[in-house]
Design a protein around this ligand. Structure first.
Ligand SMILES: Cc1ncc(COP(=O)(O)O)c(C=O)c1O
Length: 401
């Protein structure tokens, strides 16, 4: 019943939400709704639809943060109306953003002048085979998405030094540190991936992954102003003052940045280190146990010196356990666990792997529950052999095409 047709306020107040209009009829799914809805009914409808999503805490596929302190949620609520691009209107938010950039520059050993207020990855040889006079930048990844392994930034930098000595070609490095740039500084401080290497010109990272901020805040820091060509910068004056911007989208919520800053203050270096070390330890526990369950070869074993807190495995070459990793992923999904199986890319595109990302919110107890279900799944296949194994095309619950 539309609100204006209700007979009394009392009726409206006392209705159980499930006796209300939206919960007792089909709500339009693809056509624009004609009438208004009561807030609590609209909320209930949407909230109930979200029940069909996976449980984000059991989603061991995503790199992104799925648990937040209540203080972070409170700051997000305080900031929900702030557009972080309106810097003149929200100068303190702009100041907080700038502080985050400087803190990251410091963490990644930027020069003072810039901070004043494996077989399945790229290696130096394969990189050198691909660079020439048209190469703008080499982009090693600190935490390859497919496996979690770090590409060797320092060795690639040395190889490029040698190339310059031999040919004169001076090729810079951008580090894709989506995950690793928020891990290595705390858990592998001697790993040279950052501005300590002169050839590293810029580093990017995702604050909402191991930066522990809510979705979505991305950061990029250049080693100094000269490395960012001025003609890529757009100067905006219509919000008041001169605001240089360099990004693809303009309007963006500010809460993530404010929550990022909160995390920097709340946790500090030692706090991040403790949280990430705990994730690495749980990843190592998972890796050791998973290796015992089947003929699995670990491609990433949650070692802070060589990758992110990830366990990635494949079925050992030549082994046939009677099921595929796609079958295993599907079986784990029946218990709510999202542990995806997928194929690698390029020359390794015929290799299927499975991956678990361990991050804040994945406890030792959760890992042991997952392991129980993992062993149960393998035992199930031993008792009920798979006659037609699942293919990679059949495993996703959603058709992305
Ligand atoms: C190595 C790497 N770079 C970049 C990205 C993109 O980051 P975002 O999703 O935060 O934009 C990802 C995403 O998983 C990634 O793994």
């Amino acid at each position: 019943m539309p609100l204006h047709e209700r007979e009394s306020v009392r009726e409206h107040i006392e209705d159980c939400v499930f006796a209300g209009r939206d919960l007792t009829r089909q709500v339009p799914k693809y056509r624009f709704p004609r009438d208004e809805s009561a807030p609590k009914e609209a909320f209930q409808v949407v909230a109930d639809e979200l029940m069909l999503d996976g449980n984000s805490r059991q989603n061991l596929a995503t790199f992104c943060q799925t648990w937040a302190e209540p203080e972070v949620l409170a700051l997000m609520a305080l900031s929900v109306d702030k557009n972080m691009i309106d810097k003149d209107e929200y100068p303190q938010t702009a100041e907080i953003e700038a502080r985050c950039v400087h803190m990251l520059a410091d963490l990644w050993h930027a020069p003072d002048s810039a901070n004043t207020v494996g077989d399945y990855a790229m290696d130096p040889e394969s990189m050198l085979a691909r660079v020439d006079e048209n190469t703008i930048m080499v982009v090693p990844t600190l935490g390859v998405t497919y496996t979690g392994a770090y590409e060797p930034v320092e060795a690639m930098s040395s190889a490029l030094d040698q190339l310059q000595a031999n040919t004169g070609l001076d090729i810079g490095i951008h580090v894709d540190g989506a995950s690793g740039a928020f891990l290595a500084p705390f858990c592998a401080p001697d790993l040279m991936f950052d501005f300590r290497l002169p050839r590293v010109k810029s580093i990017s990272t995702s604050g909402h992954k191991f930066g522990l901020a809510p979705l979505g805040v991305g950061w990029v820091v250049w080693r100094d102003r000269e490395e960012l060509p001025e003609d890529l910068v757009f100067h905006v004056n219509y919000l008041g003052g001169d605001m240089p911007v360099f990004q693809i989208n303009f309007s963006r919520p500010a809460g993530q940045i404010i929550a990022q800053y909160y995390n920097f203050l709340r946790l500090g270096f030692e706090g991040y280190k403790g949280i990430h070390e705990a994730s690495y330890a749980i990843g190592q526990y998972l890796a050791a146990e998973i290796a015992k369950v089947g003929p699995f070869e670990l491609l990433c074993d949650s070692n802070p010196a060589t990758g992110i807190p990830t366990v990635t495995w494949r079925i050992r070459d030549g082994a046939d356990p009677g099921y595929t990793l796609f079958d295993l992923a599907d079986r784990l999904r029946t218990r709510g666990w999202q542990v995806p199986a997928y194929t690698l890319t390029g020359t390794a595109s015929d290799i299927a792997v499975q991956r678990i990302l361990v991050r804040l919110g994945v406890s030792h107890d959760m890992a042991s529950l997952l392991l129980d279900d993992f062993r149960g799944a393998v035992a199930h296949f031993a008792k009920h052999p798979v006659t037609v194994p699942m293919s990679k095309e059949e495993t996703s619950g959603f058709n992305h095409l």
